[in-house]
Design a protein around this ligand. Sequence first.
Ligand SMILES: C[S@@+](CC[C@H](N)C(=O)[O-])C[C@H]1O[C@@H](n2cnc3c(N)ncnc32)[C@H](O)[C@@H]1O
Length: 303
Amino acid sequence: MAHHHHAPGHDEHRSGNAHGHDHEHLDWAELAPLLESQAELFTPLYEHALAWLAKEVTEPGLIVDAGSGPGVISGLFAETFPGARIVAVDGSEPLLERARARAGRLGAGDRFATLTGDMPGVLAELDYPADLLWASRSIHHLGDQGAALAACVERLAPGGTLAVMEGGLPSRFLPRDIGFGRPGLQARIGAVEEDWFSRMREELPGSVAQVEDWPALLTAAGLHHTRSRTFLLDLPAPVPDRARAYVVESLTRTRDMLGEYLDPDDRATLDRLVDPDDPASVHHRPDLFVLAAHTVHSGVRPV
Ligand SMILES: C[S@@+](CC[C@H](N)C(=O)[O-])C[C@H]1O[C@@H](n2cnc3c(N)ncnc32)[C@H](O)[C@@H]1O
């Protein structure tokens, strides 16, 4: 069943309603190519995170990727844990179609399955308890994050691990001073994004206000041995073309979705930055970089 009420998260790409005063709507399937290319660019970060998990989670039989999107990370799980079966769960069937195609290309099609439906409820349809349940940037799209974590824990085998990727730092692409406009543009965009994120959460069905203390939330959901670690994507200048394309896409979406919340000077700076005809735009600048930090919080279900 397709799900039609999601909005993108924090430092994710945005699209859809440019006048999001009262409805931060997003069609996930429409974002498929973007989610996929972004996750591919972030592969080194995910590989580090998975290697960290692999030190603790030995020979999992079943791994569930909850809110997998197009399944780039699901595919990395298949590679990191060659003995495991992987189930990718998402509300968007077109995204899961991509996940299955990717698993096939990786030669893991025979130990890869998908489950389509609305989280957290759909998790109850999993046939077997998971040894490792991963949810990256998906829990924050659910109205009641505490209840969502509890539903995840419910699906864990005793001794199983839940790992959620949530929070970290806002990504940086540009020096503080880019030679025009007021320095510090990305920090001010970040402030606008925080407000957008709050509105997005408030408009979710069954939205519950929550202190975003992920270790405490994991503990409250019944997990032990909670720990958190942050992983970097560090692509210094000069960046490869696909990193440049990601920055172009990301700032273009910021302008389209959030431009109205920036002051006119910053809006003009952002317009220049995404204008392919401007030699100082992110299409051409030599100083472009990608520095991103995402945090993984994990905990273990008591035996
Ligand atoms: C930001 S994407 C994250 C994708 C992937 N985990 C990653 O980190 O690249 C969020 C995903 O959660 C899914 N999602 C959001 N709300 C959902 C819900 N209520 N039920 C099922 N899936 C949902 C979306 O379809 C989307 O694929």
